[in-house]
Design a protein around this ligand. Sequence first.
Ligand SMILES: [Zn+2]
Length: 496
Amino acid sequence: MIRLILLLIIIFTTASQPAPYHIARDGSIDPFLVAQTTAMRPDRITDLMREPWDRYTMHIQLDPSGPRLSGEITVQLTNRTEVEFDTIWFHLYPNHPDFGGRLDVTSAQIDGIPVPSRTLHGDTLIGLSAPHIIAPGAQAIVTMTFTARTPSNASQRTFGAYNMEAGVWSIASFYPILARYISGLGWDTRPIVSRGDFTVSAIALYDVTVEAPTDWQLVTSGSQHEHRTTADSRQLARFVSGPQREFYLAALQGLRQVSVNVDGTQVISYVQSDDPTAGERSVAIAATALHAFNQRFGAYPYAELEVIQAALTQFYGMEYPGVVLIEQSLYQRNDRLLETTIAHEISHQWWYGLVGNDAQGEAWLDEGLASYSQILYYEMIDVPAQAQAELEAFRAVYRRLRERGGDAPLATPPSALSNGRYVPVVYAKGALFFHTLRQHIGEDAFNEFLQRYVTTASYREIAGPDLLHAAEQACVCLLADLFHDWVVSAAAVDIP
Ligand SMILES: [Zn+2]
């Protein structure tokens, strides 16, 4: 409790007097929060004061020869609900068969007391029994040790973001991730649907120290705060994240990096070294997309954004907070697919990263808007023909879906979108909804909606009605009928 009160004092006293924000009236400093400033764009450091977010502290040892890792995690969490907790649930995503690997919790304590645990759904969830009731408003400190292993050269058959291949050891979702507690529903212990994105988690602050051989380059959702090498050719690198929805980690070997500063954010592209132009091309696209979206959506608040050429094989791109992965073969193709994919994944830094949603429930909220962002991107860089081509491609996919009787409300959960309907509904119809909305409310109100949505929903998780509310506020009009036709039901809407 002392730390929470201290933090609130810091936040309260500094909200009205920004500098030096980390020093309370009694002169005390919260070193965890001070370190976090490294991860933020200088003009967005005050974002750290918005909420006393949960805190993850991790120490990870990487063994690329495994490939395996081990670590200790401490999660300092607050019960922000109105119910008492007797169990705390964490996702263990790598135990889903699609990951092709393993994550095992080897010990667990809550507030320093060893606790029993049980798992659900093929070990993809672990419930820790609290040694005492955690009351509403109370804090708990959960400590676990864990080991994990990833497959190698497995992108043909498993999830390429949890795999070592082509110089990239991508270790997505490698640690126990606190499940969300949803008011009125309880802990989110749904089994994982492998259609679409896996991770559903809340914003938290991460402070992660990674120990690894020095010949591996570490890339994470955060920014490096400290680094030193030890006598035995190992490195100790400490990363801090700022408020992020999860913490991504990769270790790279043999890739080349090219970087550029955009609006106060360092954009770094990691590419395979055999293509002499891939680094410059990809970093230029990423920089253009980041700048365009900063203008259109509101500024990306973090100090770094990284793009990694990776063996994803079964998909073009994947977004993580602060890092996007792009399928390696796109870099060799002489067409716009690389550009479209980078723009789409970078837009997820807003739609998914900043503005969160239930990717396992209402995937259209982030995927629909990320898909529509492809169109916005080409408009903003003044390539209207390509914007039209993107729009026409979505129209064609949605038309085919309707012709085969597969239309569904946008709010349909991915688990119910079988028979190849997930992408047509969530991406194509999702993008077309935003085009219809734009035509319906006009250009000024649509721009106002995008900005308002980011301003009011950043670092939060929203649902469909929140988006409707933001749009209605922007246009000062009623949109319930439009929303009902597209989102709640599958009316025979005009294709815009
Ligand atoms: Zn996407």
